[in-house]
Design a binder for this molecule. Sequence first.
Ligand code: SAM
Length: 399
Amino acid sequence: MLQHLVYKIKSTGPITVAEYMKEVLTNPVKGYYVHRDMLGEKGDFITSPEISQIFGELLGIWFISEWMATGKSATFQLVELGPGRGTLAGDILRVFSQLGSVLKKCDISIHLVEVSQKLSEIQALTLTEEKVPLERDAGSPVYMKSVTKSGIPISWYRDLQDVPKEHSFYVAHEFFDVLPVHKFQKTPQGWREVLIDIDPQVSDKLRFVLAPCATPAEAFIQHDETRDHVEVCPEAGVIIQELSQRIALTGGAALIADYGHDGTKTDTFRGFCGHKLHDVLIAPGTADLTADVDFSFLRRMAQGTVASLGPIKQQTFLKNMGIDVRLKILLDKSTEPSLRQQLLQGYDMLMNPKKMGERFNFFALLPHQRLHARSHELNANQSKPSPSPVAGFSELTWQ
Ligand SMILES: C[S@@+](CC[C@H](N)C(=O)[O-])C[C@H]1O[C@@H](n2cnc3c(N)ncnc32)[C@H](O)[C@@H]1O
């Protein structure tokens, strides 16, 4: 990968951080995500669905709750962006099976958007318990197709654009943070983009430089921006607009969970290897590259087309979804001490504010009419705003 990048820079000049991230992570031949399983204790990082089954189960409940609240459509496409090992989809599907009597008249299908060949093979094993062959028709946007353990049709795509535009519920966990960002620094001459070049002192070493003049991605910086260093992610904007248009057109909802900020942070581009921070310019292709998600940008991209809720802290969202009740049920059912210990440790990792509880956020996109009832209530009773009608985004009330 380093050789490839050095040749590229030698032939066409310094590259943007976004181009660097895209090449390093998803280059079809050598990209970090394409040929390895980097998740879990033996990998480079661990994610919430891999830590505790409760995480995916509560998300499964969220989707059923939204499906019921929006009129129990006859079809239900569950679309996951960047499904990793397929663990989250598997936990959601288990809830769907357990609540089969509620969903029995609904035609469910699963649609996974994944660029990694290796991870799509692991997803197939997790969800269908078999190796799924690549589709023969190279022109088809569906590159793998099968049926899950519980008999639900499942398809794999490389791009969200190719997923059928039907009534869908979308989930993206730790997906937006791997999308390529452009980095900018404020200078006396105005905004200048941070680029990656070859170090003239050391061969085969990369370094950051500043672009000598304005570059196109500057258009994504707000006119009244007060920070002196910003990261912008045009690809996230394109995906949010696509999700928003689909939801406005066909209904459904999107639930996005990731680490991030609300337009306040400056320099968050970093690498992870073996659960430790890693210099982003060293040994590209061997470490994960990531940047915090700017939720204020996602909100702006959705504005006018759909309503958005959040970001709210993972700890608050999971508490509102009833994580304590679910933990108690699982603890009561398990007699094995090591299993009880695992459940408690998983809960602590997800909920502890010093661990994932405050670092991760939940953000939702919904059709405007989904929140309409709330604004009517607000108008009728100006004194006190009513809680959000959407599960997870306000305190759990038992009925
Ligand atoms: C950080 S992992 C998160 C995996 C999983 N959602 C979880 O939380 O365990 C990012 C996932 O997004 C996939 N991915 C990365 N870039 C992508 C892209 N441009 N389009 C689709 N999937 C992508 C990776 O292959 C991987 O499955």
